[in-house]
Ligand binder design. Structure first.
Ligand SMILES: C[S@@+](CC[C@H](N)C(=O)[O-])C[C@H]1O[C@@H](n2cnc3c(N)ncnc32)[C@H](O)[C@@H]1O
Length: 254
């Protein structure tokens, strides 16, 4: 089921309706990362694929940064603007509804902090993402990326069902090594546990159930339920335990 009969962004809007952060972490854990960043007021900060902008809003609350959030989903951009309005209305946050790959081409060494948490396909994988973030960040600045990894060798059956190639993801060690090879200094990693994965995956089930009960005649409902059922099966049969996830902080060398 790779072809989208419905609008892809609508699907993600529905399945992530109850997520505060749209990746396998807890609501509390990102505080650790934010505390370590120690940014100056007004520090230019970028979040590629910012989703609902929870990270940028927290950074604005903690450090009064100047932030740019880029995301291709019009639904998440609307949520991001609403979150800013509710929590940091006077802050210097702007949101741009464009492809991260295009934004990246126009911005060089502008930011003290560049993030891309859970969207490395934009730059053809983890290495490409680190290169892109590095290209947009000032010397001495920080890069923060979120990337899956395999905790053990994936089965052929899993790879085929997910339509993944074996080299789509590395190991945790491999991901950090790629950072080192790209000339970055690893500072900190926040690795998710099963609780974080269960929250991320099963909140989607909850959201689909809610959507189905409120919109029983919606023409996209059968496709949403079919996609959700497939994701549920893959997660329970293979992904839970096999797939790891870490958010990594790395420093650009001066
Ligand atoms: C897994 S979510 C992560 C969102 C956010 N970083 C977070 O952790 O809450 C992936 C995000 O990538 C966005 N996205 C997907 N393709 C994109 C692209 N080509 N350019 C910009 N954003 C994109 C989606 O809309 C979604 O918000």
């Amino acid at each position: 089921m790779t072809e989208w009969g419905m609008h892809r962004w609508k699907y993600f809007d529905i399945t992530h309706r109850f997520h505060v952060v749209c990746n396998p972490t807890s609501v509390a854990k990102p505080e650790e990362l934010i505390g370590l960043m120690r940014l100056e007021p007004g520090s230019p900060s970028l979040d590629i694929a910012c989703g609902k902008a929870e990270m940028l809003v927290r950074l604005a609350e903690a450090y009064d940064i100047r932030g740019v959030g880029v995301d291709l989903s019009p639904y998440f951009m609307k949520d991001a603007k609403e979150l800013k309005r509710q929590r940091v209305p006077g802050s210097n946050l702007e949101f741009v509804n464009v492809n991260g790959a295009e934004y990246h081409r126009e911005n060089t060494k502008n930011f003290d902090l560049s993030m891309c948490i859970g969207a490395s396909w934009i730059y053809d994988g983890h290495r490409g993402t680190l290169r892109a973030m590095k290209g947009m960040t000032k010397p001495g600045g920080i890069v923060m990326v979120g990337e899956p990894f395999f905790t053990e060798e994936p089965s052929k059956e899993y790879l085929t069902t997910e339509d993944f190639s074996r080299d789509e993801f590395s190991t945790h060690y491999g991901n950090i090594q790629i950072g080192v090879e790209e000339g970055l200094t690893p500072l900190y990693t926040m690795v998710s546990n099963l609780d974080d994965w269960d929250r991320y995956e099963t909140l989607k089930w909850y959201a689909v159930d809610e959507f189905a009960r409120n919109n029983p005649d919606d023409p996209v409902l059968p496709e949403i339920q079919a996609r959700n059922a497939k994701a549920q099966e893959i997660f329970l049969r293979w992904g839970r335990g096999l797939c790891g996830w870490a958010i990594c902080l790395l420093r650009i060398q001066v």
